[in-house]
Design a binder for this molecule. Structure first.
Ligand code: AVJ
Length: 312
């Protein structure tokens, strides 16, 4: 049985029902995420872009950290628009490095390998399509130099806090002494701003969530009726957790795969995604418990987003 089907069935047979947001990113999902990023309300991309555009030299210098020759690994590279500023700077500075983007989306990796070398002349790139840690290990077969790991876009927010802490520990354990991490983290702010970002007025976020049902129809022979589910976003300013759900609008039975059926009660939620927000001190705590040293903070002009540098 393929992994997608297996994880979907596990999630929908669990209590409460849930799906994993890493499966949002098929070709249609990639496109919808692009539209979310370009929307009026979705601020994290603009904030982090500002950091990468305005503080490129300082970023490049901090990541180089006095060493020559390294492998720049990006977890969840996406379209790499933010990191491309850094890549251009490093190439211009004649730094000896390989760029190893890792992404769960096949489509994304193909596009990066095709487009980036044309945009940045002299860039050495090798993409990896798969899960973060499996692929991080795989990069070592190509080159095993000092590692600089980028984990941008508040992708870490897609994990509940306890999982993010575990993730930071595992990341630290898979790195060595002179290695370094740059993590992009969306910060706690006025709840109105966060809520709007995950409930954009053009409905891209809604479609992004519903698209996972469409993907299951296409790839897993499921028969979800999209009209029977409604997108429900929420943000809790007490703990910084921003969550999205799909609510079943009626009692219904949905087929998945060839033989499995899932029953939904009226108003039953499927937990789709978490986008956790942190305070600066919470991110320092996370780094320290994992065995990192949080050494530097890069902020945008609104102080809405943090790119934190963690040394091993
Ligand atoms: C790509 C995980 C950073 O959580 O903000 C955007 C995904 N979901 N709108 C986020 C997302 C809904 C995004 N990350």
């Amino acid at each position: 049985m393929n992994k997608f089907l297996k994880e979907v069935l596990e999630g929908l047979n669990a209590e409460p029902k849930h799906l994993h947001s890493k499966y949002f990113y098929d070709e249609a999902g990639d496109k919808l995420f692009q539209q979310i990023m370009a929307s009026e309300e979705y601020y994290p991309t603009d904030c982090e872009m500002e950091i990468f555009e305005n503080q490129t030299e300082q970023l490049a210098k901090t990541l180089k950290n006095g060493f020559d020759g390294f492998d720049l690994v990006e977890l969840g590279a996406g379209d790499a628009t933010k990191s491309s500023h850094l890549l251009r700077q490093l190439v211009a500075d004649k730094v000896d490095f390989n760029y190893f983007p890792i992404d769960i989306s096949t489509n994304t990796i193909k596009n990066l390998e095709y487009n980036l070398p044309k945009e940045i002349e002299g860039l050495k790139i090798q993409g990896f399509n798969g899960e973060y840690f499996e692929m991080l290990e795989k990069t070592r077969q190509f080159s095993n130099r000092r590692k600089v790991v980028l984990f941008l876009g508040s992708n870490i927010g897609n994990m509940p806090v306890s999982e993010a802490w575990e993730f930071a520990k595992t990341l630290r354990q898979s790195l060595s002494k002179t290695d370094l991490v740059l993590v992009g983290i969306d910060l706690k702010k006025h709840p109105r701003v966060v809520r709007a970002a995950y409930n954009d007025s053009k409905g891209f976020t809604k479609d992004f969530n519903l698209n996972l049902l469409r993907r299951m129809n296409k790839e897993l022979e499921a028969n979800f009726n999209i009209d029977n589910f409604e997108h429900y976003p929420s943000y809790d300013p007490l703990n910084g957790s921003c969550k999205s759900y799909l609510i079943s609008l009626k009692k219904q039975k949905v087929r998945i795969g060839e033989a499995d059926f899932i029953e939904f009660e009226e108003n039953e939620p499927i937990f789709m995604e978490i986008s956790q927000k942190y305070s600066v001190s919470e991110t320092d705590e996370m780094a320290k418990q994992a065995g990192f040293k949080p050494v530097k903070h890069f902020f945008d002009s609104k102080n809405w987003f943090l790119d934190a540098v963690w040394e091993c």
